[in-house]
Design a binder for this molecule. Structure first.
Ligand code: HEC
Length: 240
């Protein structure tokens, strides 16, 4: 009779205590220091019953290798792991809607730190660039080309202190920068976007001949920039 009780107790206790549902994780110190891991890991453990402890060497890590899982400015963090049901479950969760929302909800001083939409970034860029590339090149040359090198045709007419479009295209977040260029310095001082920006205040007229641009033209510029080769940041940028 005793024997059966032990078997039953074992069955009941099994999932909770019989096997240790856990794995070890290593991560950059910054993720511990800013509180991100304290935010992320317990939320996963609560759902899954899988415990994650920080240690090195580890079964899994956030670093430069593996699957891109979130982005912090220009830095893309990857997740790499050994095979196993628990590390697999964590990766599934990180890339699920719930996991992504959890990542996006982490804030320092009310500002989100990690953007979980890193995997789709490339696809989104390709899908969303619906602007007219030909129009975009024309508008870029006429409105932006007096400062920026847009392409070879205006190389000699631009101002050296403005980054070339090919250089800007090399930034991971180039699309954001172009879509919002009119709020990024130095442009607000001389740029008007139809239906978007306020007119220049009377006492503060544009210091130079202003640019007037429509949202459709900005979309076209962005599509055009998407079509150009990014400058190789490792190579010299001087004209050859
Ligand atoms: C009067 C000169 C001038 C004109 C015209 C101009 N820009 Fe710029 N732009 C600059 C300068 C200078 C910078 C560099 C600012 C810096 O590095 O802080 C810049 C930077 C940028 C950046 C990067 C901004 C950032 O902070 O990452 C983008 C994108 C950009 N310009 C797009 C455009 C587009 C699109 C047009 C035309 C519709 C345009 N610019 C017209 C001078 C100009």
């Amino acid at each position: 009779m005793m024997k059966y009780w032990i078997v039953i107790a074992g069955l009941i206790a099994g999932p909770a205590f019989g096997q240790d549902k856990s794995f070890t994780l290593s991560a950059p110190d910054s993720m511990t220091a800013n509180g991100f891991l304290k935010h992320l890991l317990p939320r996963f453990s609560l759902k899954s019953g899988i415990r994650i402890s920080i240690s090195e060497p580890s079964d899994a890590s956030f670093g430069t290798k593996g699957v891109p899982v979130f982005q912090d400015g220009a830095t893309v963090w990857h997740f790499s792991k050994t095979d196993g049901p628990y590390t697999d479950a964590f990766l599934d969760w990180l890339t699920s809607d719930v996991g992504k929302n959890t990542i996006a909800a982490f804030k320092v001083d009310d500002v989100a730190v990690y953007d979980p939409d890193v995997q789709q970034q490339k696809a989104v860029v390709e899908n969303e660039l619906t602007g007219d590339v030909v129009l975009g090149e024309k508008v870029s040359l006429s409105l932006c080309g007096r400062c920026h090198v847009v392409n070879d045709t205006n190389r000699m007419k631009a101002i050296g202190s403005s980054p070339s479009f090919a250089l800007l295209r090399g930034f991971p977040d180039w699309q954001n920068r172009f879509e919002a260029f009119f709020v990024l310095k130095p442009h607000p001082a001389f740029t008007q976007v139809e239906d978007v920006t306020e007119p220049f205040p009377d006492h503060l007229p544009s210091p130079m001949s202003p640019i007037e641009v429509t949202l459709e033209q900005i979309e076209a510029i962005t599509a055009y920039v998407g079509s150009i080769e990014p400058a190789d940041l490792g190579a010299p940028l001087a004209a050859n």
